[in-house]
Every structure is written in structure tokens, then in C-alpha cells.
Design a protein around this ligand. Structure first.
Ligand code: ADP
Ligand code: ZN
Ligand code: ZN
Length: 746
């Protein structure tokens, strides 16, 4: 490794545009530094933390203006050279200061020394066994010291804290024994552990035929450190076992593994399975760890004690040395796209890391994203499939209930008579049910309760969103506004109104039908506490409650053997989102939900309530037929000119005050108009562009405005992107970010 030249290039840990450059410092003779080491440096009148990103033998800076590095913060480079390179790439691609990109590589609390290494005092016997008798005699007057000598005679190291359980206040006696040369007291670093249970070593199951076939492709790639794979495996096909076997091969070769999961609190079983097979070699990284736990898990990885990491999005930056495999579970999940600066996509970062570090990449899902599956069809990923469930377990029986028909029959409630009668039967049989509201996003749509028609923008084929403020329907893509029609444009009925049921409403309604039954609710409101989520799940698993009501949170990777009935209360909620991915999200959510029923021996049943029973996304989900969904949706994207045939581009402006944001977005719009009029050849690649307040006007205290643009996938569009990038990087009075196909247009 390139060791300390006389000058070090340092990125100072302040993330502002004015300090976004490399500063040169002098390295004192005798101080040994390596690339990626965090250091303390004088900066103006302050002392700041920074990171060494390079060395040089000479500098143009006059010697009297050069300052010296004060000291390294750790004796090892906290950021691996590969990750320094990755940070540079992210800073370039996402247009953020390098200091900000480097922060991704560290647990937040490590900066500014908000967390430190924890140590404990241990005691151990110093004398050989045959001298023990003498020692005991020498201490015959103190029963405490004799007890301690006896305990320590097993020759193990005992933490003093644990001796306290057996001997009251042992430290003075231990000190005395140390002075007598019989016992040694020493400090040891300890790692705070987030695990309640000790590591186990579970046995391997015998692989299913499809698992073996998939591994026959994967293992050679892992051995050679190459290859990109997309695994389409239906719910319950045993994908986790595939990850485990591929990971083991990688560890066997002495290389490291990263396993990404959408949201770790939602997949506690995944962690438990990996811990059960790899013991302490596995580490977890996620936001719900305490700062000490997170720092220590990070250190276990950095120091090579843990070589397999399971974590949420940001774990893609884990300091795993000699990375050999990255797995992305549920690769279709939007949570892999970061919404805060720097706005990276963990799937892209994983790909870049895999290429740079010579690792295999495995994306997997029961419902791969349209973009990934299209890439697999182009040969960009190798497609692997597992289309049957482990032990030939049956997929759940799915019924689609037409809610228009319910209304016709006089049922104005939110539960169909089928769902109510199945719930009753389920509860009577002592089994459990989950009711699910697939709500993602915030926008209430307007539908006709008689015919199920949803009001759609004539230009964009996306659902219009009802805005309470002006009682109008807005198109979030092109900006068109229309009043709610008095009569349904499809069937002429007057039953046309905004819909948007919440979990709480469902819970209340349910309680009216089942006054004697315990119901649990799982949503953002009930799971905000640290362990609230786990506690609720545990209570449900224990059988304390018969019915659980929740948002899509409950659709993910959970395995409740007693659940035999799953209901999607109103599938249309996600179908009517003002987003070109509404169909895709709905298919994904319903397929995942259906996968929750009948996981154990008992067969499962799924009831999907909808106003649009003939919609292709709902029909395909009911049959759990990914291929047919993909074909139809891909075709729709082609017809309607959505990604991957086009790019949705957004220039997002965020400012303290709304007028500031709108001023900048207005100016951006004028500049783009000018570029387009000057270069008609480029204009032809632009399907539309417009400027507006963002659908969600304020997020985290900042007002938002945007320029939205749709570009054809065409070589010329790259030039437009470059121009937009340059435009976004000009010194605007507020933050401007350029997003390509953002996960949310809110
Ligand atoms: P998926 O993630 O594909 O939905 P899981 O990985 O959750 O599926 O596996 C479903 C269930 O099957 C789990 O309970 C898992 O322990 C079990 N399982 C997986 N592979 C095997 C196998 N080869 N033999 C027996 N059980 C298995
Ligand atoms: Zn109608
Ligand atoms: Zn529109």
C-alpha cells in the first residue's frame, strides 16, 4: 500500500460546496499513514476530522502555508482503499461533495468521536496447577480470595463483571492476588452485541432440485469472482438457502459476503437463519442498533472478525475486505434507492463494487422489477429460476372479490361477505388471519364505486390524485388539473369519490364485526418504538391475537405457520397511485401478500378485494404468474413510453421557503426551454418537460419544487443528460439535484 509520502491529500469532514476540495497537509516524519486513514487536522482556527485520500511527493503550496496533520484517529485505515475509490465515484455520479460520500463508509457515530471502543477487565490465573495448593494455603485467612482462586483454576479468562455474580465486590481481592503474582488482571476490547441468543450451528437441509440447479450456476461464478445473476424464485421456493450455500462457498475461499435486505427490522428471520448457520462470522448493520452496537458490528467487519454482513441499504458500504459475493434479496424493493443525499441506488453501488472488487452479484426476488427482468432478457444478468415451493407446498388459493358487485348487493362496508365469512371460519378453527392495506405513498385517488373506473390523465395514463386544498384532480406528471366529475365518465353513476382507507379505520370496522377477538395493528404509528415491531410480531406469533391488520409492512418475508387466511382489503389503493409503476407495485404487493398464507402444512387462502377485478396486474397476481405480468406490463411501458423505453428525469429544488424553490425551478425551466429551442435535434428526444411544485410540497422542513422531464432512451438523450447535469451543478441559491427514474415522484 502507498505509505505516507511527505504530503497527504485530505478531505475535511465538512460537507459544503466551498470546502469540497482536497487539502494538502504535511506528514510529520515518523508518522505512518495509509490511504483511508482518518486524521485530525488544523483547519482555519478549528481542528477537524478528515480522511487521507492520497499522497504526493511534492506540492505547489508555499511551505509557510502548509500545516501538519495532528494525528491519526485510528491505528488502521477506517475506510478501505476500494471504498475510497467508491466514494469518489459516488461523489462524481451523484454530484455531492466527496466528504458526504465518504460519510457513507462510516457509522455516523464514529464521526466526531461520539462512540468509543468499550473494554472490560478480565482476570486469569498466572501460576501452574501444582502451585495452586500452596497459593490456597497462603490465602487461608480469606475465604473470598480462596473462592476466587478456585474459580480461576479452570484457567479460563473471567470477566470481573461476571465474577461479581459469584463473589461480592471481587476487585480488591483480585488486586491483592495480582500483587502476590498469582493472578493477572487485564483489559480487553469487547464488542457490544445486538443478538439476544448465542450463535448456533444449525444443520444443513438437503437441497431441493431447483436449489441445486441454481447453485450449479452460482458456485463456479463465486469461485471465479465474476458474474451477475437475477434469481426469480417464487415465495417459499427457498431462496435464502441458496444465499447461504453461495455465501458459504465464498467464505470457504477466504472472501467476504454482503447480503442486502430491504429493511432489516422486517426480516428478523433472515438474520436468525444466517446467524444459525454462520455463527459470529455473521454481522448485522441497520439503523435500529444502538450506536455502540453499530460501531462494534462495523468494527468486527473492519477487523475481519465478521466476514459476512446482513444489512439494509447502507450495508452495501460495509468494510468487507476481499469481497467475493453480494446478494440483494427482494431486489424490486424501492427502499434500495436512497432518498437523502447522496441519492444512490444500492443495486448500482453493489454492481460497481462487484466489478471493482471481483465479486459475483446475485439479485433475487419473487417479483423482480421490470427493469431488472428486462436486463436479464437482454443478457445483462443471467436469469435463474425457482418456480416451485420447497417440499411441493401448495401456493395459496386466491379469490378475487368484485367490490362493485358488493355495492350492487347493498353492502356498503369495506369487507365483502366472502371475506367476513372466511374470517369467521378461520377464527373459529383457531387459526390466524392477516388483513392488509396495500398503501404506499400518500395520494388518495378517485374511483367510481359502481364501475371501479379510476380517473386517469388523458396525456399520461397515470391516475389523477385528489388534492384536498383545491378539491381538484391533479396529474402529477403533466400538471393537468380537473374538477371531480359529477358523473362517472365510464358508467354515469354518481358514486364517484376519493378512496383511501387507513389501517386504523380497518381495525375499527373489524372490531365491530368481531367484538370478542383480539386484533393487532402493525403500521408506522404502532411500530415507532425501538422494539415495537418485533414485540407486535412476537405477540401475533404467540397466538395472543387472531387477526393482524397492517400496511405492506406485513407483506414482507414473514413466516407465520398459523396464518391460513390473508385478505387484501382494497387492492386498488396501490393500483391508483399516481406513478407509472403503480401496476408493478400492485403486482409485487399482492404476490408477496399471497405468499404469506399457507406457509406451513395447512393450506392457505387469499382474498383480494378490488373494484378492478379484470385488471391485468390483479389477475396475474391472483395466479401468481410473474411471466404473464411481465409481458403485459413491458408491453404497456412500450406503448405508453415509460422506462425502460424512456427516462423520467427530475430536477428537484429544495429550499427553506417555497418561493425560493419555485424561483430556482422556474429559472431551470427557462434555461431548459432555451437549450431546447437552440437545438431542435435534442428537442425531438424530449417527450415533455414542465415545472411545478412537487406533489409533496414540504419534506423534512424543506419546500420542494421540480422540473419533470421525459426523455426517449436514445443515444442523443445522453447529451441532454450531460447538459442537465451541468445545469444542476451551477451555483444555484438552493439545493438542486438531478434524478433519473427516481423511486418516487413525490
Ligand atoms: P423464499 O425466500 O424463497 O420465499 P425461504 O427462503 O423463506 O423462501 O424458504 C421457505 C421455507 O423453506 C423456510 O422455512 C426454509 O427454512 C425452508 N427451506 C428452504 N430450503 C429448504 C430445503 N432444502 N429443505 C427443507 N426446507 C427448506
Ligand atoms: Zn362508473
Ligand atoms: Zn398527465
Amino acid at each position: 500500500m502507498a505509505d505516507s509520502g511527505p504530503y497527504a491529500q485530505v478531505i475535511v469532514d465538512i460537507a459544503s460546496a466551498s470546502t469540497d476540495r482536497v487539502f494538502t497537509y504535511c506528514v510529520k516524519s515518523g508518522m505512518s499513514l495509509t490511504l483511508g486513514t482518518r486524521v485530525l487536522v488544523p483547519f482555519g482556527r478549528q481542528t477537524l476530522e478528515g480522511c487521507v485520500i492520497g499522497f504526493s511527493d511534492s506540492t505547489d503550496i508555499p511551505i509557510d502555508r502548509l500545516k501538519e496533520i495532528i494525528e491519526p484517529l485510528e491505528e488502521y485505515p477506517a475506510i478501505l482503499p476500494e471504498l475510497v475509490a467508491l466514494a469518489k465515484e459516488i461523489s462524481r455520479d451523484e454530484h455531492c461533495p466527496l466528504a458526504l460520500a465518504l460519510r457513507l463508509m462510516l457509522p455516523a457515530e464514529m464521526r466526531a468521536g461520539r462512540v468509543s471502543v468499550k473494554t472490560q477487565t478480565n482476570a486469569r490465573l498466572l501460576i501452574p496447577g501444582d502451585e495452586l495448593k500452596e497459593a490456597l494455603e497462603a490465602n487461608s485467612r480469606s475465604s473470598k480470595r480462596r473462592l476466587l482462586l478456585n474459580i480461576l483454576s479452570d484457567r479460563l479468562e473471567h470477566p470481573v463483571a461476571e465474577l461479581k455474580v459469584l463473589v461480592r465486590d471481587p476487585l480488591p481481592s483480585l488486586r491483592l492476588l495480582q500483587e502476590m503474582g498469582l493472578v493477572e488482571l487485564f483489559e480487553e476490547e469487547v464488542f457490544r452485541s445486538p443478538y439476544a441468543d448465542p450463535a448456533r450451528m444449525d444443520p444443513d437441509p438437503i437441497l431441493m432440485p431447483e436449489q441445486s440447479e441454481v447453485l450449479d450456476e452460482l458456485i463456479p461464478a463465486v469461485r471465479e469472482g465474476r458474474g451477475r445473476f437475477l434469481l426469480h424464485g417464487i415465495t417459499g421456493s427457498g431462496k435464502t438457502e441458496v444465499y447461504i450455500r453461495a455465501a458459504r462457498e465464498c467464505l470457504r475461499m477466504g472472501r467476504g459476503v454482503i447480503v442486502l435486505v430491504p429493511e432489516i427490522v422486517l426480516t428478523p428471520q433472515m438474520v436468525s437463519w444466517f446467524r444459525g448457520r454462520f455463527g459470529d462470522v455473521a454481522a448485522v448493520l441497520h439503523s435500529r442498533l444502538s450506536p455502540g452496537e453499530r460501531f462494534d458490528e462495523w468494527r468486527r467487519i473492519r477487523l475481519g472478525r465478521a466476514r459476512l454482513v446482513i444489512g439494509a441499504r447502507s450495508a452495501v458500504f460495509a468494510p468487507v475486505k476481499d469481497l467475493g459475493l453480494i446478494v440483494i434479496d427482494e431486489e424490486h424493493e424501492p427502499s434500495y434507492q436512497s432518498e437523502s443525499l447522496p441519492r444512490y441506488d444500492a443495486r448500482d453501488v453493489a454492481r460497481s463494487r462487484a466489478d471493482r472488487e471481483g465479486a459475483a452479484l446475485l439479485l433475487a426476488s419473487a417479483t423482480p422489477s421490470i427493469l431488472s427482468f428486462a436486463k436479464a432478457q437482454r443478457g445483462d444478468y443471467m436469469l435463474l429460476e425457482m418456480l416451485s415451493r420447497v417440499n411441493a407446498r401448495q401456493l395459496a388459493q386466491v379469490s378475487v372479490v368484485d367490490m362493485r358487485e358488493e355495492l350492487r348487493l347493498g353492502n356498503r362496508g369495506m369487507f365483502s361477505s366472502l371475506l367476513l365469512s372466511r374470517l369467521q371460519a378461520c377464527v373459529r378453527a383457531g387459526q390466524q388471519a392477516m388483513l392488509f392495506i396495500n398503501r404506499r405513498g400518500y395520494a388518495p385517488s378517485v374511483i367510481c364505486r359502481k364501475c371501479g373506473g379510476a380517473i386517469t390523465c388523458s396525456q399520461c395514463d397515470v391516475k389523477l390524485t385528489w388534492h384536498q386544498a383545491d378539491h381538484a384532480l391533479h396529474c402529477h406528471y403533466c400538471g393537468q388539473k380537473t374538477p371531480i366529475p359529477e358523473l362517472c365518465p365510464f358508467c354515469g353513476s354518481t358514486f364517484i369519490r376519493p378512496v383511501g382507507a387507513g389501517t386504523q379505520k380497518v381495525e375499527e370496522e373489524l372490531a365491530k364485526h368481531f367484538p370478542d377477538i383480539r386484533i393487532l395493528r402493525l403500521d408506522m404509528d404502532t411500530t415507532s418504538g425501538k422494539d415495537a415491531h418485533q414485540t407486535l410480531l412476537d405477540r401475533f406469533r404467540s397466538g395472543e391475537a387472531r387477526i393482524m391488520v397492517g400496511t405492506q409492512m406485513i407483506a414482507k418475508g414473514l413466516d407465520f405457520p398459523q396464518v391460513t387466511l390473508v385478505g387484501a382489503v382494497l387492492a386498488d389503493l396501490s393500483l391508483n397511485l399516481p406513478d407509472y409503476r403503480a401496476e408493478e407495485r400492485t403486482f409485487q404487493l399482492l404476490t408477496q401478500v399471497a405468499g404469506r398464507a399457507g406457509r406451513a402444512e395447512m393450506p392457505g387462502e387469499v382474498i383480494i378485494q378490488t373494484y378492478q377485478p379484470d385488471h391485468f396486474a390483479i389477475r396475474a397476481a391472483a395466479r401468481q404468474d410473474y411471466r404473464s405480468f411481465f409481458t403485459q406490463e413491458f408491453d404497456r411501458r412500450r406503448r405508453m413510453l415509460y422506462p425502460p423505453f424512456t427516462m423520467m428525469i427530475r430536477l428537484l429544488c429544495e429550499a427553506e421557503r417555497e418561493e425560493q424553490a419555485r424561483e430556482v425551478s422556474g429559472e431551470l425551466n427557462r434555461r431548459i426551454t432555451k437549450i431546447m429551442s437552440e437545438e431542435p435535434s435534442l428537442r425531438r428526444r424530449v417527450l415533455f418537460f414542465r415545472e411545478d411544485a412537487s406533489p409533496i410540497k414540504r419534506i423534512m422542513g424543506l419546500s420542494r419544487a421540480q422540473v419533470l422531464m421525459k426523455l426517449l432512451e436514445h443515444p442523443d438523450s445522453r447529451r441532454i443528460l450531460l447538459l442537465l447535469k451541468e445545469l444542476s451543478e451551477e451555483p444555484w441559491p438552493c439545493r438542486v439535484s438531478l434524478e433519473i427514474n427516481p423511486a418516487s415522484l413525490a
